[in-house]
Design a binder for this molecule. Sequence first.
Ligand code: GLY
Length: 414
Amino acid sequence: MRYCIIGSGGREHAISWRLLSDGSAEEVYVLPGNGGIADEFRVNLKIDDFEGMAKFCSEKKIDMVVVGPEVPLSAGITDYLMERGIRTFGPSKRAAMLEGSKLFAKKIMRAYGVPTGDYREFDSRDGLLRHIDSAKVFPMVIKLDGLAAGKGVGIPESREDARAFVDSMVRDGRRVFVEEYLEGEEASVLGICDGDTVLPLVAAQDHKRIFDGDRGPNTGGMGAYAPAPVMTAEVLERVRREVLVPTIEGMKKEGIPFRGILYAGVIVKGDDLRVLEFNARFGDPETQVILPLLENRLGDLFNAAVDGTLAKCTIRFSRKSAITVVMASGGYPGEYEKGKPIKGLEAVPEGALVFHAGTERRDGSCYTAGGRVLNITATGKDLAEARERAYNAVGGISFEGAFFRRDIGHRALK
Ligand code: GLY
């Protein structure tokens, strides 16, 4: 089969690697891709150019499109391509509202009994400010509705900070809600869905903060590992039964069947588990550790999800562990420079995988082109072995200003 993957990050490189290496695909194009993708398989189109994509897919006789990021999903890429007869793995525009509108997701969770934090919606900035003035408990979680590239959530520690967040982020008319602050350990549980059936993938944990010890500002993710020990088999089964299944059934009852990846960010504390948020796509960098552990052919799962036959599939994961370490440009997530030559990519130790993210290739050499540059990934019989292999490979790769966390997996290895 011929696939076209939409996106340009480590997640999309990992999906393309997996489809090729497990025999699912003869050819995988990535649109727009990055420096990890051979030039002849990179498609130089913008991810909002739906017309160009449809034309490309028809010309190249693409059998299936797989959509990585949330923005084209929320803009309706799946509907657009499917209406033109191009099989596409990813939720419809309306189903992607589980990620695109946090309030929609809250309403679905409330309606179908999915455990999540209590929340209260405000339809005016003044109402929110009055609530902040009378609040007795901080930190407070303030969430803006709609896609906000990770910047739509404030967790102010005090009344003053809460007012400052509202001043800088909340314009009148913006839909906003205040949510109960949840404490515990977070994990990402992704399920592949065909509208009726949902099959959970191995649980992963990412590391959102820039510095070791989970300090400093949030990033797109500095590393991940799987399986996450906080998701014991028993807790994972609860997430399936209490979160994924009622959400998929609820969406079906609403007339909005969900096909694609439903990603639940779950917080666990003792026996309590609650959903922090849903995403409507593969996680990045979680995908980089989930796919190396998958024992099925990935393409079989994508096809079953699009055909509505996932109930006939059994999903299997190896008993190994996987870890990925993100090498970032110095200064990220703030300002950083691009265009630094990357050395050592030709001598990566056997067993380690390098998924590119912010890179580009010029005249046969690879250069940095983004904040998160590379995802160095390894598997092992346990997490300690996987970690040793991944950091060993990181040690052989360099570029000016390279920065990475040295404690990926620390919660599992403590
Ligand atoms: N790892 C977080 C995300 O993919 O949104």
